[in-house]
Design a protein around this ligand. Structure first.
Ligand code: FES
Ligand SMILES: [Fe+2]
Length: 342
């Protein structure tokens, strides 16, 4: 499947950018192959529009904000949040042509990020129970483009068999390659999964978990929010909870924006955010090394037998089946054929 070519993904909310970045001015983001400009209006509400001025096609993201308007940096045409051109400085006394506008899209702020739906969304923005809950703090972790399709990233996020190999330097137990069998419950928004997982506890882990033992156990409850995000709620034997929210927003063919933040029921005085980020950075970089070198096209239709499977691939197989059903419900067929990883 090539995400940017499946129109139905235009009908989901996608997390695209930290609001803090927008406070610096208009920013470009390519979502499912669509070039967007994101900006904040005078009420601090994010706006998403096509990043293309209707005068001479300049990128609006190279312009600036002015009150409730965004101004093109080329000749100064100004647009409101609906995308309508409301000012042509060179012709202050002439009417603005009625069709002078650029497409604008649904855009909302949630969890400190701007979310965009290119068309009427099928599902709400995922609910994260720890967000704003008493005793939990939010730690913003990563915001970076990967040369990996969003769906490959998502499948990996529910693959507990790779830990012993990809993460053997961090959490994985190389001598225990058979992963615990998770319980999966099908949901309308994706699925839930529960798993109890023994993990290695390296020195860096001891620091950010405050657990001295060389091994520990994580009780994990996960949600797959169709199509490209995952919540992973981890409880440690000490009562420490870390809920990691990972997003792989598709940019275009074979590329996604990886966005991750966490909620923890401890404080900065207990464990500095920098230590939490450093530990998860090491883990995520191990994933990246592998994921940027797998084929971008993840075949949804397993009847093609393009890949072989094992029992621990059940979450990924359910993901594929549900996406295939989603495409069928919306009259689409799977578009494949992206090149093999180089
Ligand atoms: S290209 Fe934007 S004002 Fe001319
Ligand atoms: Fe991993």
């Amino acid at each position: 499947m090539i995400e940017a070519k499946q129109k139905v993904f235009r009908r989901f909310w996608h997390c695209v950018m930290p609001i803090a970045r927008l406070e610096q001015g208009p920013q470009p983001f390519t979502l499912l192959g669509e070039r967007l400009v994101l900006w904040l209006d005078d009420t601090g509400t994010p706006v998403a529009m096509a990043d293309r001025c209707c005068h001479r096609t300049a990128r609006l993201s190279r312009g600036w904000c002015e009150g409730a308007l965004i101004v093109c940096g080329y000749h100064g045409w100004a647009y409101d949040r609906t995308g309508k051109c409301v000012r042509i400085p060179q012709q202050p006394d002439s009417a603005i042509p009625s069709g002078a506008k650029v497409p604008s899209y649904r855009c909302e702020a949630r969890y400190g990020y701007a979310w965009v739906a290119l068309e009427e969304p099928l599902l709400p923005i995922p609910h994260l129970p720890e967000a704003g809950a008493e005793g939990f703090r939010q730690v913003d972790q990563f915001y970076e483009p990967w040369n990996c399709s969003g769906i490959r990233f998502m499948e990996n996020a529910f693959d507990f068999a790779h830990q012993s190999f990809v993460h053997s330097a961090m959490q994985g137990l190389r001598d225990k390659p058979v992963p615990p069998r998770g319980e999966i419950v099908d949901r309308d928004y994706g699925f839930d999964m529960n798993i109890v997982q023994p993990v290695r506890n390296p020195d860096s882990g001891k620091k950010h978990l405050k657990i001295d033992a060389d091994e520990t156990v994580r009780t994990v409850d996960l949600n797959w929010f169709m199509p490209f995000s995952r919540r992973m709620g981890i409880t440690y034997p000490t009562g420490l909870r870390q809920s990691i929210y990972s997003v792989a927003t598709p940019i275009d063919e074979g590329r996604c924006q990886v966005i991750q933040w966490s909620y923890r029921n401890d404080s900065e005085a207990d464990v500095p955010a920098a230590d939490i980020i450093a530990f998860d950075r090491a883990v995520v970089d191990e994933d990246r090394l592998i994921l940027e070198a797998v084929d971008g096209d993840m075949p949804l239709d397993t009847r093609r037998r393009a890949e072989f499977h094992m029992d621990s691939d059940r979450p990924g197989l359910l993901m594929r089946r549900k996406l295939l059903e989603l495409l069928a419900r919306h009259g689409e067929v799977e578009v494949g054929g992206i090149g093999r990883a180089g």
